[in-house]
Design a protein around this ligand. Structure first.
Ligand code: NAD
Length: 516
């Protein structure tokens, strides 16, 4: 019996020992930059017809790694290899499958500082954000290993005379696992391990912004005892590699996390049956957000300012859960605006290899341009109270930006920007605030700051989001504690890190035997 699941504690980088270890691991990873990573299909390590590089968004000229742009044919071979491996892996006992996850968790703990370093360099996470990502990846391995045991055991059924009845959960088949770059370890690990611990096999296509971190985890999986063919690693662009994987008739399900646009495209592609296909593909899609924090007149304003800043600017606002709308009661609006602007201005922005920079770069040039365009657009209808500009440096740095007096119908109040931009919106009262909050095509996270118990009750009943927080920030969901996933265009209502998540990777078979 495994001990009860408990979350992995995050590291304190104020401790000299932890700082030293992180600096040492950064130096080690720096010495490994520029390596070439192969595709992994079955037992073969392969080159693609072309290759591409990933670079450090905080030091543009620094090449992190060279990865393969797989051909469509290689993507097809990967699906067929996974289908072949499914015969063996789907019959492998749960003990063996769970053991791989537990070994992976142990190895991630051992290589924790190295894992953090890859994220600090390849996607510009601050030390604390990188470490939280690694801790979440460890949690997914530990949590899903336990959950797999639970689903493999006897399931409750109503007794019936003359029969012995049983319900078994069995795997689906080959899954296309398509993660984003923003939780390049945790989300990739979560979707991959949920797939394999339930007996499925996988074609893993990581984001082209974070392929080296993905390759790092592939090595961990093999060291953890995963047999070849169970997870096949195929890098390349979404259109040239992602589409053939999603479309292949032997692909049984898709586990995707990313933008609304790509999620909808994948859903459409997966829905169309291809020649030889004998099932309806299942799509698990976790998509974008336009998350809010309501600050009520009764709120503790200090706490609210702190919570909004952490939620809006943690990892440069590049979290699906990031607060991009602060909806503030008119009675405390001026005070809130007066306090939050200067606090945002004190956030130190720069390369995250230096731990004093708590805000790093945005992921790439395209993202930076889009963010700056949104800021220009937002300034036309609102009042800039912090940031607003790109900052100097050899990276894609954007100041933490706050625009006040934003109309709830403005683009910056409605569209996901995915960068350090906060819109502050005035609300007449709590009714008005909840109405503005819910008036969104998304429904991922939200928070409400209020001291009034009646208003807390109302917020709990009326705010339509998958993850609602009261008197705390709206980011930082913990595996097992805050099952995570949103409503509406935020996805297919799944809950990563929750007790029903593995069901999405399983199908139930009822068996009835007549007995005398
Ligand atoms: P993205 O949609 O651009 O890419 C996600 C993944 O899809 C990448 O691996 C990409 O290569 C792949 N892809 C692109 N086109 C494809 C295609 N045609 N077929 C198959 N795969 C394809 O998203 P991103 O920029 O990597 O991530 C940011 C987005 O992810 C934001 O919208 C954010 O809100 C969302 N996100 C959501 C959650 C959640 O839990 N709801 C968590 C993290 C991120």
């Amino acid at each position: 019996m495994l001990p009860e699941f408990a979350n992995e504690a995050v590291l304190n980088f104020e401790t000299p020992e932890n700082r030293k270890k992180q600096l040492e691991s950064l130096a080690t990873v720096q010495s490994r930059l520029g390596r070439e990573y192969d595709l992994v299909i079955g037992s073969s390590r392969l080159k693609g017809p072309r290759a591409f590089v990933s670079t450090n968004p905080g030091a543009k000229s620094q090449i992190i790694g060279k990865s393969q742009s797989a051909s469509a044919d290689q993507a097809v071979v990967a699906v067929e290899t996974a289908a072949e491996a499914f015969r063996m892996w789907s019959r492998t006992p749960v003990e063996k499958r769970a053991e791989v996850l537990l070994n992976a968790a142990r190895l991630l703990r051992e290589k924790r500082f190295e894992c953090n370093a890859w994220m600090i360099l390849e996607v510009g996470k601050s030390w604390a954000e990188a470490d939280a990502d690694t801790a979440e990846a460890i949690d997914f391995c530990e949590f899903y290993a336990r959950e797999a045991y639970r689903y493999s055991g006897p399931q409750p059924l109503t007794r019936y005379p003359g029969e012995e009845n049983e319900l078994r959960y069995i795997p689906l088949g080959v899954g296309a696992v398509i993660p984003p770059w923003n939780f390049p370890c945790a989300i990739l690990v979560g979707m991959t391990t949920a797939s394999v611990v339930t007996g499925n096999t996988v074609v893993l296509k990581p984001s082209s912004d974070s392929p080296a971190i993905a390759a790092f985890f592939m090595e961990i999986l093999f060291a953890a005892g995963l047999p070849p063919g169970v997870v096949n690693f195929v890098t390349g662009s979404g259109a040239s590699v992602g589409d053939p994987i999603v479309q292949h008739p032997k692909t049984r399900f898709v586990a995707f996390t990313g933008s609304k646009e790509v999620g909808l495209h994948i859903n459409e592609e997966a829905a169309r049956p291809r020649s030889g296909q004998i099932w309806i593909k299942r799509v698990i899609a976790e998509m974008g957000g336009k998350d809010f924090i309501i600050v009520d007149e009764s709120a503790d304003i200090d706490a609210a300012v702190k919570g909004v800043l952490a939620s809006a600017f943690g990892f440069q606002g590049q979290k699906c859960s990031a607060c991009s709308r602060a909806i503030v009661h008119q009675k405390v609006y001026d005070e809130f605006v007066r306090r939050i602007g200067p606090d945002a201005g004190r956030i130190q922005v720069g390369p995250t290899s230096d731990p004093s920079n708590t805000m790093g770069p945005v992921i790439n040039e395209r993202a930076m341009k889009t963010i700056l365009e949104y800021i220009e657009d937002g300034k036309k209808g609102g009042r800039l109270i912090a940031g607003g500009k790109q900052t100097q440096g050899d990276g894609y740095f954007v100041q933490p930006t706050i625009i006040a007096d934003v109309d709830p119908a403005a683009r910056i109040a409605r569209e996901e920007i995915f960068g350090p931009v906060l819109a502050v919106i005035r609300a007449k009262d709590l009714d008005d605030a909840i109405r503005i909050a819910n008036d969104s095509e998304y429904g991922l996270t939200g928070a409400v700051y209020t001291r009034d118990p009646e208003r807390i009750k109302r917020a709990k009943n009326e705010c339509f989001v998958g993850n609602l927080y009261i008197n705390r920030k709206c980011t930082g969901a913990l595996v097992g504690v805050h099952p995570f996933g949103g409503f509406n265009m935020s996805g297919t209502d799944s809950k990563a890190g929750g007790r029903d998540y593995l069901l999405l990777f399983l199908q139930a078979k009822a068996i009835s035997e007549a007995v005398k």
